[in-house]
Write a new protein. Structure first.
Length: 77
């Protein structure tokens, strides 16, 4: 059995199309947590919109360390 870190590393090597396929596969297999079908559909649409934005190059990425620095400033640390 592979470790979570090994699986994560393998996922990072996937193409965007393969990531989409994996996400769909995982979504179909996750246990239902009782969300309303309208909520599920809205999230599905939002996810597709975000993926399209990333794939088109329109998305602006912010490095995690920059985000954390800004949060620390807000929190006064």
């Amino acid at each position: 059995m592979r470790t979570v870190a090994e699986i994560e590393a393998a996922i990072e090597r996937l193409s965007p199309e393969e990531v989409e396929e994996l996400a769909t596969w995982l979504d179909q297999r996750r246990p239902s947590v009782g969300f309303d079908s309208e909520v599920e559909e809205a999230w599905s649409i939002e996810i597709q919109r975000r993926v399209a934005e990333i794939e088109s190059g329109r998305a602006e990425f912010i490095p995690g360390e920059q985000v954390m620095d800004e949060l620390r400033k807000i929190a006064g640390r």
